[in-house]
Design a protein around this ligand. Structure first.
Ligand SMILES: Cc1cc2nc3c(=O)[nH]c(=O)nc-3n(C[C@H](O)[C@H](O)[C@H](O)COP(=O)(O)OP(=O)(O)OC[C@H]3O[C@@H](n4cnc5c(N)ncnc54)[C@H](O)[C@@H]3O)c2cc1C
Ligand SMILES: *[C@@H]1O[C@H](CO)[C@@H](O)[C@H](O)[C@H]1NC(C)=O
Ligand SMILES: *[C@@H]1O[C@H](CO)[C@@H](O)[C@H](O)[C@H]1NC(C)=O
Ligand SMILES: *[C@@H]1O[C@H](CO)[C@@H](O)[C@H](O)[C@H]1NC(C)=O
Ligand SMILES: *[C@@H]1O[C@H](CO)[C@@H](O)[C@H](O)[C@H]1NC(C)=O
Length: 700
């Protein structure tokens, strides 16, 4: 938490610093540039270089400039002071003040008109003037306006970009208020459980977007995906609408615009390319912040990592889309300017292209299909591409004056990495006892005294083996005074490699192994003030549920009615964990164990959070003797040889509840989604307060 506050400050400081170092173009500056372009396109002066130095040390150039500014109504004292200052700053020429005050009268005295020059067939490449020039007043004004209109696009793009960042700030503040008010003032839960609140939760904050699928993926083969919840979808959609508005706002053509040679198409393409480029860059720090494990906003809002990852993905898609449109737009601009070859050879353009290409690749390499099947490969490539995206963008924008934003982005990323290392160091590298059970690994890790667990949280484990020490895997845990206990289903990655090692171990499937834990992450469910709490665990979802259940048992003084339901396939699933059920102080609390396939001992496939699992398989009711044995060994627990009907279970618990009931669940995705759907349906059919907390955090 302290770290979070520190990180929040750090983020705000680097962000504010980025903004402080950025300046919008002042209108005086732009007036002088506008006139400069007009004059340079029209005439040249003798005895001077053909750049802006002519408006400092060349009397005629200076007088023509002052005349142009006077035409555009910009010849205030402040403006002339600005000219004097910029001569000092850009060319280190100290121009006496009276050169400015006398310039206008000098123009009146000796100026020639454009008409005169035309009549003389004046050609600016051939002839250099020794007099100041009266310009065309209409054109002077137009040039100044056009330049201001053009460069205001840059400044406004920055403000619009900051607006999109502020949107996320606002969303997070609303989330923080909603979630923390329930923690700090638990009685609010009942107090504001009116019709509106119930309907709001029923229709907006709780349900899956459509139907039931939230934790379970939408199967579409190669294009399978996780669908954000309804509220996440609403937040993302509003963000997208905001981005569309922001990218289109105020991009209009100034009639007769001389800077863009009166080409509407050229001007609009350029404006749009600037806008997409700047807004894209400003969002990058937020993109990286949301992707990090140690994002301080998680502490502020109490949202899950998966929520931020969902937003990370949506921001990422649009950042890349904007980068892409920016690139296409500028390609067109270069072609219109007939500078394609030269521009594309410029370093900053090359880095921009690198960034855009890497960004586009990320969109494809990040598909769920690839993440699910080759997670570690996905992760390594994702990080490499992201590094190149960030570095490319940094080199691209640094000379355009937006380097500070990328500095903030990299700072955010670096901070996340540093905190990870610090957490690992704080945990140390103890020797864990790793044992292969039937279908999972039991990892018992001695914990340092100062390590503070989060009840219901999770940790990332690293195994000390040269081949996979760089991999981190998230697991929920149980803890006691001395140890942290993980139960890891054996899949085909690291878990399988360790299982193999254990199988090959001559002295049995158990050995000491150096590990470290990074964490804890996650938040506890706010369930300490409900009159009734019902845990529903499926398969390997048990460690976190059991940990929260035990924690409440210890705390509740029998004031809360507690119920733990655990749905497993076979008796051995229970037996492996039986030691934790031995001496539970079950007063005003019950534990129900549902064994869905009591007779089949041949399929050792457990259920775990990240898999859909077919927990719906019907119970067989052959031999139930195993179960009656269990029942007599653990008389205080209730064993059932069936799959519970969730609907009935939920309804009964709502009916039995005193005044409020929290359902907390962890288990196979399909089960969690079904439970959510059932509770969403019932939430407004009772006077009691009903809450649902799914502790499954699936981001991949
Ligand atoms: C918050 C959280 C808590 C979890 N708690 C438990 C638990 O208590 N018990 C349990 O058995 N499993 C748990 N899991 C799932 C567990 O993290 C994966 O099963 C494990 O990482 C698989 O490792 P593997 O190398 O054998 O996987 P592989 O065989 O390579 O892949 C199997 C599946 O795990 C996913 N996966 C692989 N590596 C990671 C990773 N580093 N981060 C996220 N997903 C990954 C893959 O996308 C794939 O779907 C939890 C997952 C999350 C996100
Ligand atoms: C300022 O004006 C004086 C008088 O015209 C001229 O001699 C001098 O060179 C000017 N100074 C600069 C820096 O141009
Ligand atoms: C500004 O321009 C006006 C004419 O538009 C002129 O009368 C005035 O003297 C100019 N001021 C300066 C400081 O040159
Ligand atoms: C001015 O002179 C240059 C060089 O001699 C020539 O190429 C150009 O066409 C001339 N411009 C006009 C408008 O006559
Ligand atoms: C000034 O320029 C405008 C637009 O090009 C033109 O219509 C107008 O005739 C010009 N005025 C003079 C005095 O040359």
């Amino acid at each position: 938490m302290n770290l979070s506050i520190f990180f929040a400050l750090y983020f705000l400081v680097t962000g504010a610093d980025a903004f402080r170092k950025w300046h919008p173009y002042g209108h005086d500056y732009l007036a002088h540039i506008g006139c400069g372009i007009y004059i340079s396109r029209t005439v040249t002066f003798a005895d001077t270089k053909n750049n802006y130095i002519k408006f400092c040390n060349n009397r005629n150039g200076l007088a023509t400039m002052v005349g142009c500014l006077a035409d555009a109504n910009y010849n205030s004292t402040r403006m002339l002071r600005y000219l004097q200052m910029s001569c000092m700053k850009d060319f280190e020429i100290e121009v006496p003040w009276e050169n400015y005050t006398t310039a206008y009268s000098y123009l009146l005295q000796s100026g020639v008109t454009l008409k005169l020059l035309r009549d003389r067939k004046y050609n600016s490449t051939k002839e250099r003037l020794k007099t100041p020039v009266y310009l065309n007043k209409t054109m002077s004004t137009l040039y100044v306006k056009a330049e201001q209109h053009y460069l205001d696009i840059y400044s406004n793009s920055m403000y619009y970009g900051i607006g999109t960042v502020a949107y996320w700030g606002l969303v997070c503040v609303i989330g923080a208020i909603a979630n923390w008010s329930m923690i700090l003032f638990p009685s609010l839960r009942i107090a504001i459980d009116g019709r509106v609140s119930k309907l709001w939760r029923k229709w907006v904050t709780l349900p899956a977007l459509f139907g039931k699928k939230k934790t379970a993926m939408q199967r579409l083969g190669f294009f399978s995906m996780l669908i954000p919840s309804r509220i996440e979808s609403i937040v993302s959609l509003l963000f997208i609408a905001l981005l569309i508005a922001v990218n289109a706002a105020e991009l209009h053509f100034l009639e007769g615009d001389p800077i863009f040679k009166n080409s509407r198409k050229y001007a609009l393409i350029k404006y749009f390319s600037i806008r997409t480029g700047v807004v894209c860059t400003v969002l990058i720090p937020v993109l990286l912040l949301f992707g990090g494990r140690n994002n301080f906003l998680m502490w502020l809002t109490r949202w899950k990592y998966s929520t931020f990852v969902a937003y990370h993905r949506w921001i990422g898609r649009w950042v890349v889309l904007m980068a892409f449109l920016h690139s296409v737009g500028y390609t067109e601009v270069f072609i219109i300017r007939e500078q394609y070859a030269e521009e594309m050879a410029e370093n900053y353009v090359i880095w921009g292209v690198v960034g855009t290409v890497c960004g586009c690749l990320i969109l494809f390499q990040g598909l769920l299909y690839l993440r699910r099947n080759w997670y570690e490969t996905f992760l390594v490539i994702h990080i490499l591409l992201a590094v190149f995206f960030v570095v490319g963008t940094w080199y691209h924008v640094i000379r355009l004056g937006y380097g500070q934003i990328m500095f903030a982005a990299v700072a955010v990323w670096g901070f996340d990495r540093i905190v990870r290392i610090a957490r690992i160091m704080m945990f140390g590298f103890p020797e864990a006892q790793v044992t292969l059970l039937k279908d999972k690994l039991e990892v018992i890790v001695p914990r340092p005294r100062h390590w503070k667990p989060i009840v219901g949280g999770y940790v990332w484990i690293y195994f000390g083996d040269m081949k996979y020490f760089w991999q981190a895997h998230p697991f929920t845990y149980m803890h006691d005074e001395n140890n942290v206990m993980l139960y890891c289903t054996v899949h085909s990655g690291v878990t399988e490699k360790i299982a193999k090692k254990l199988r090959a171990n001559p002295s049995g499937p158990s050995m000491k192994m150096r590990v470290t834990l990074e964490g804890p992450y996650g938040t506890s469910s706010p369930i300490e003030h409900h009159s009734d709490v019902v845990f529903v665990a499926g398969g390997n979802g048990i460690p976190g549920m059991l940990n929260e259940f035990k924690h409440l048992l210890k705390k509740q003084d029998c004031k809360q009615r507690l119920q733990l339901n655990w749905i497993i396939r076979e008796a051995f699933n229970f037996e492996e964990m039986a030691k934790y059920f031995a001496e539970l102080p079950l007063l005003n609390a019950e534990v129900n164990i549902y064994i869905t396939r009591p007779a089949s001992f041949e399929s050792p496939i457990g259920l775990d959070a990240s898999n859909d699992g077919d927990y719906k398989t019907e119970a067989k009711s052959d031999t139930l003797s195993g179960i009656s044995l269990l029942q007599s060994d653990y008389p205080e627990l209730n064993f059932f040889s069936l799959r519970p009907d969730m609907n009935t279970l939920v309804q009964k618990d709502i009916d039995d509840a005193a005044n409020s009931v929290a359902f907390v669940t962890c288990g196979p995705a399909v089960m969690v989604d079904e439970l959510r759907a059932i509770i969403v349906e019932k939430i407004d059919l009772t006077k009691k307060r009903v809450d649902f907390y799914d502790t499954v955090d699936v981001w991949n």
